[in-house]
Design a protein around this ligand. Sequence first.
Ligand code: SAM
Length: 280
Amino acid sequence: MDPSPIALPYFDALLASLEAGDPDLELAFGRHVHWGYWENPRTATQTAADFGAAAEHLTQAVYRAAQVTEGDRVLDVGCGFGGTIASLNENFQQLELTGLNIDPRQLERARQQVRPQHQNSITFVEGNACALPFADHSFDRVLAVECIFHFPDRRQFFQEALRVLKPGGRLALSDFVPTPLLLPLIQLNRAIVKDPGFYGQVQSACTLADYRALAQSVGLTVAVEQDITRNTLPTYDYLWQLGTAMKPVDWSAWSQTATIALVSRLALLQYLILGFAKPC
Ligand SMILES: C[S@@+](CC[C@H](N)C(=O)[O-])C[C@H]1O[C@@H](n2cnc3c(N)ncnc32)[C@H](O)[C@@H]1O
């Protein structure tokens, strides 16, 4: 198996556990590798199956923000194990689906897991979100589910997404977005902590105002701003349960996740779904 060109310790751990046949991780993270969405957070049951279902709901919320319709050409950037492509493949017809990822190990699993149906076509491509290997005006929709914080540069990704979108096309993504109050803490943390830790390199200092300015400067219109923070909070209870069951406990994973949980519960960090439209 080819190594990943970027350091993603959480994917190293996940791939090893999936390969070892961990049934709970297969249910929770075997398809999607992102937070869950609970319409009513009180209904969360902290089981792997419940978490897997909530992760599927989050994916659907992101592609609803992109207004995917039958026959579209859809690019899913940072496609993980192909879960978003799998969901689109199950729920739509005649889509031309392309999943792009920088990590060949994830693409290998995606190719094994996802087979086209409903007259859809599926291609998985290795590449970098900031240098998309596609011609101008190739796609109706571009998606980026919970991955933009890993990309080398948000502006470069937005410019690339705009370039590959057809006129009238849409980009939708989900991201952890700090409120301005959190920015000094993020900067302090960056200055003190040099090891990126369990989640690898993460750029988490893009506020909603930054997103609006970025969209405007590249020529995209903001179409959707959906705050789903409260719907994602049961994720932290599930991750807490997973983390404490691990022997030995991974302290890097534990402390990073506990910090994200705390600032999310304090409403300093929002989980947003954002949609953008390219002018016709
Ligand atoms: C949290 S995972 C989300 C995966 C998938 N979108 C999902 O929701 O299941 C982040 C993903 O971003 C990918 N990624 C990180 N940097 C990338 C880059 N520069 N270009 C393309 N993909 C990248 C990682 O390999 C990983 O699959």
